[in-house]
Design a protein around this ligand. Sequence first.
Ligand SMILES: Nc1ncnc2c1ncn2[C@@H]1O[C@H](COP(=O)(O)OP(=O)(O)OP(=O)(O)O)[C@@H](O)[C@H]1O
Length: 232
Amino acid sequence: MTSIVEVRHVSKSYGNKQALKDVSLSIPAGRIVGLIGKNGMGKTTLIKLINDLLTIDEGEIRIDGQTPGTATKQIVSYLPERTYLDRGMKVKDVVRYFADFYSDFDTEKANRLIKELGLDDKMKIGTMSKGMQEKLQLILVMARKAKLYILDEPLGGVDPATRDYILDTILSNFAQGATVVLSTHLIADIERILDEVIIIEDGEIKQHVDADTLRGEQNCSIDEYFRRTYKW
Ligand SMILES: Nc1ncnc2c1ncn2[C@@H]1O[C@H](COP(=O)(O)OP(=O)(O)OP(=O)(O)O)[C@@H](O)[C@H]1O
């Protein structure tokens, strides 16, 4: 299987806090991969390195064979942990902005999802709740025809009833053959969509397994296994 993300012996520190310790992993193309770990374990740091938002101390990363940078940003659609949308803009203006900025952005799809998820395109970002802003951000990210979608805590501020809807939106909207990496500590909610699970603890990769294999071997859900093994 060809891999879309290769991380080789990557370490990263903030001052004297080592956030990632000699991390190596390979993510095959076409899979939905969960990056699972408790708060502060290094998920966002790894995701930011993949997105060229932080510099690597040691090791190397390749996205579709290339070092993270301008070229990889063309093929990676990234949902950051925090909302970054301009509060003064209306939903429809943000959609236009994305369409101008990304050549792979599908305006029709974005507008359809905005309707489906019950958002009003005339609303100003600043008047929307945090959960509504998160939904909009996810729509914008999923409306790109990217090779790789990286979603940092996509369910963060969304109510439980909406989570399934969001997951279905992810499932039914990523481009054919693309890869989705999503980070979360809410395993129970997302495990049904995962092909692979990467467990990160204290900046180290503890396990990288096929979701069905893990469930079969352990005879329980990934959520149960994770709670039992990592004292969740
Ligand atoms: N800018 C920073 N300066 C100093 N330490 C940082 C900084 N950003 C992260 N850290 C530390 O690095 C470690 C990993 O943080 P990171 O944000 O990658 O974790 P995470 O798994 O994404 O957590 P969460 O689920 O809470 O978002 C934590 O101990 C955190 O305190």
